[in-house]
Design a protein around this ligand. Structure first.
Ligand code: NAD
Length: 491
């Protein structure tokens, strides 16, 4: 960003944050967001300080107790959530563009994520209205019933790669469960969350039930996690931040859901439909410039077809069109921040030093139209030791590490040789083998002859350092509630 544009951004009045139904522009701190496709400033946003975090949590505590939220019957709460979904649906295009400007994902993907967020609110509206309490078998002259109640205030903290998806995935079930929410979006991508806060008010959610506090992790995020009024934390982000948050939550005995990083194996057996596998392997790592927690970043191909598959994949990767995210035909946008691209570049440089052979990419594109943005070419590297840093660490960029395997035992040992366990993909026509391998993989989500197929109805989360707890599905609503058992004596 040059000095004149930086000055113009600095002169903007900040977009306000949302506490207790009030929009606050003078928060004492600001964030400047940057469009990664152009390097130009987007907007200035009011950022939360510790004092405002305190105000937001107190407002959420009060809202959670107020009869206009606490005493709503499930079908009444469902109606509000469905109304919010309707408003979101009417504004899909605007919301998609906000995300695109903040993180540079191509517009078609942002639109799909905005529509997915609508579906998430509809799903949890329906779940809220239809979920039942249970009576357990009596062992005497009494009746036992278990109901489910909200925690109170939920802190929802989200990353920059798919904010519309992540925010809906937390806010919808937390509200459906009857909580009030303080949402802290990533400092890189606050715009979609502020739009969600506005639409929630328009849909008639009582003030304070959803507060939106953009801010940094160090300032707003850590103040939120430490606040005694927060009774549950739902976090999606990196494993380093997740571990820190889990430690703080542990010391306060507050439950957490942690959706963290991944280094997912994408496996191609020699009997696979190679054309389909190739397309999905490429999409699994290069869509969204690889900035996806479930990116299939470790490719395992059976040795008998390794060279041929890699050659075709390389040819395919070279045809992927990098471009401005709102230009028709662009298949890959930029990396979300300048600093993150530098991190990717440094990890690739280390891989080359470690003996990695670059088949394609490992550089910024030459296209003059893309020079101001933070672009990076699809990159494929082979020949690395499976324990080298690129084969083990999450890059969170369009970088694929290709590794051959000899047989099933060798494959399973290599695929599970990771601190992460978020997702995996298997390509084979042998369904018995697919079942066997899927059962042996340490991952919370396994795709067989498909990849990145996601549904709000299917539980999602990680093994090992990829997280704790599960989001989505009906259990994803129960995660935001605590059960209360009541026993009536009948004597
Ligand atoms: P990050 O951990 O740096 O930040 C995530 C969020 O946490 C941001 O809002 C940030 O401000 C906040 N934060 C950071 N430190 C904090 C602290 N000490 N206390 C409270 N809040 C804090 O992650 P990121 O760079 O924004 O996102 C990329 C990471 O997210 C990748 O590792 C990716 O795999 C992961 N991710 C996981 C999933 C999943 O579902 N498992 C989905 C998307 C992204």
């Amino acid at each position: 960003m040059n000095q004149a544009t930086a000055q113009a951004a600095a002169n903007q009045a900040p977009a306000p944050l949302l506490i207790d139904g009030q929009w606050i522009a003078e928060s004492g701190a600001t964030l400047d967001t940057v469009n990664p496709a152009t390097g130009q400033p987007n907007r200035r946003i009011a950022a939360a300080t510790a004092a405002l975090v305190d105000q937001a949590v107190k407002s959420a505590e009060a809202a959670a107790r107020r009869p206009n939220w606490r005493d709503l019957l499930p079908h009444e709460r469902a109606r509000l959530l469905a109304k919010l979904a309707d408003r979101m649906e009417a504004q899909v295009e605007d919301t998609a563009r906000l995300q695109m400007q903040d993180n540079g994902k191509v517009l078609s993907e942002c639109r799909a994520q905005a529509r997915g967020a609508v579906a998430t609110f509809r799903y949890y509206a329906a779940a809220c209205e239809t979920m039942e309490s249970a009576m357990s078998p009596s062992r005497g002259n009494y009746m036992a019933m278990t109901t489910h109640e909200p925690y109170g205030v939920v802190a929802a903290i989200t990353p920059w790669n798919s904010p519309l998806t992540m925010e809906a995935q937390k806010v919808a079930p937390a509200l459906a469960a009857g909580n009030a929410v303080v949402l802290k979006p990533s400092e890189v991508t606050p715009s979609g969350a502020l739009a969600l806060g506005r639409m929630a008010l328009e849909a008639g959610l009582p003030p304070g039930v959803l507060n939106v506090l953009p801010g940094t992790g160090a300032q707003a995020g850590s103040a939120l996690v430490a606040h005694p009024g927060v009774r549950m934390i739902s976090f999606t982000g990196g494993t380093v931040s997740g571990r820190l948050i889990a430690q703080q939550a542990g010391s306060r005995l507050v439950p957490v859901i942690l959706e963290l990083g991944g280094k997912s194996p994408h496996i191609v057996f020699e009997d696979a439909d190679q054309d389909r596998a190739l397309k999905e392997v490429a999409g699994g790592i290069f869509e969204g410039s690889g900035q996806s927690c479930v990116a299939g970043s470790r490719l395992f191909v059976q040795r008998s077809i390794f060279d041929g598959f890699l050659r075709r994949l390389t040819e395919h990767a070279r045809t992927i069109k990098l471009g401005l995210p709102d230009v028709a035909g662009s298949q890959m946008g930029p990396i979300a921040t300048y600093g993150h691209r530098e991190k990717i570049e440094s990890m690739v440089a280390t891989a080359v030093k470690d003996g990695g052979q670059v088949h394609t990419g490992a550089r910024r594109p030459a296209d003059a139209a893309l020079q101001a943005g933070f672009y990076y070419e699809p990159t494929i590297i082979s020949g690395l030791d499976p324990n080298s840093s690129l084969a083990q660490q999450e890059v969170f960029g369009p970088v694929l590490c290709a590794i051959p395997f000899d047989n099933e035992d060798d494959l399973i040992a290599q695929a599970n040789n990771s601190e992460f366990g978020l997702a995996a993909g298997i390509w084979t026509k042998d369904s018995t083998r697919a079942w066997r391998v899927a059962r042996a993989l340490e991952a919370g989500m396994v795709w067989i002859n498909t990849y990145k197929q996601l549904s709000i109805a299917t539980p999602f989360g990680g093994y090992k350092n990829s997280g704790i707890g599960r989001e989505k599905g009906l259990s994803g609503l129960r995660a935001y509630q605590q059960s209360k058992s009541m026993i009536w004596g009948l004597g």
